[in-house]
Ligand binder design. Structure first.
Ligand code: GRF
Length: 202
């Protein structure tokens, strides 16, 4: 069986990218990260890609007249590597319907909360302010709204007395690093069926 080729889109540190690279390298995923794309020139995720011999591309939003043109440039790179899955890993951009429709059922994202609770860029802060006793992470398919597509899997983490954004974030991130490769494994085994809002794991 040929390996699944993955494109990973990052805006920051790329620790989730690293967990995917590591799962590919140790053979637990029959996949290979072919390209890492970032909208941030200095994203450490690009550096991680280079260190691992993976093509790293900065695609500057400012060079394009609109979101769709920027996405078309990203898609051209993704397609040039023949990727069958696009993983957003800390990619801080909302994509248009054009991009979602270009890769139907083939774009995943990870979010550091149990969706639909606490979407957005401050999930840990929001969970702590709300007084949630449990948080966690969600891997889901992408749609046009923020953090809203069909859920593939979730992993729960207890919120502890005295938790800060940092301490909760660290424990959630540990779960993210397990959950993302696990979701990709289900995908490449053909075990994910999208039925409207729901994902059936076969
Ligand atoms: C993660 O918490 C992810 O869930 C969120 O952004 C963060 C990215 O972290 N979408 P990293 O860049 O993978 O270290």
């Amino acid at each position: 069986m040929s390996k699944l080729k993955i494109a990973v889109l990052v805006s920051g540190s790329g620790s989730n990218l690293q967990s995917i690279i590591d799962a590919c390298a140790c053979g637990s995923l029959e996949a290979v990260v072919r390209i890492v794309i970032s909208d941030q020139k200095e994203a450490f995720g690009l550096e991680r890609a280079r260190k691992n011999g993976i093509r790293a591309e900065f695609v500057d939003v400012k060079s394009f007249s609109g979101r769709e043109d920027h996405e078309k440039a990203c898609a051209a790179l993704i397609d040039s590597e023949g990727c069958g899955l696009v993983c957003f890993a800390g990619y801080m951009r909302l994509v248009t319907g054009w991009f979602v429709r270009k890769y139907p059922g083939k774009i995943m994202n990870i979010h550091p909360a149990l969706l639909p609770a606490f979407p957005g860029a401050h999930a840990h802060r929001d969970a702590l302010r709300y007084g949630a006793k449990v948080s966690g992470c969600t891997v889901h398919f992408i749609d046009e709204q923020m953090d809203s597509g069909p859920i593939i899997l979730q992993s729960a983490v207890k919120v502890l007395e005295g938790d800060t954004e940092e301490t909760l974030g660290k424990r959630v991130l540990e779960q993210e690093h397990l959950a993302y490769p696990q979701a990709i494994k289900l995908f490449l085994e053909g075990r994910l069926e999208i039925l409207g809002r729901k994902v059936r794991v076969k």
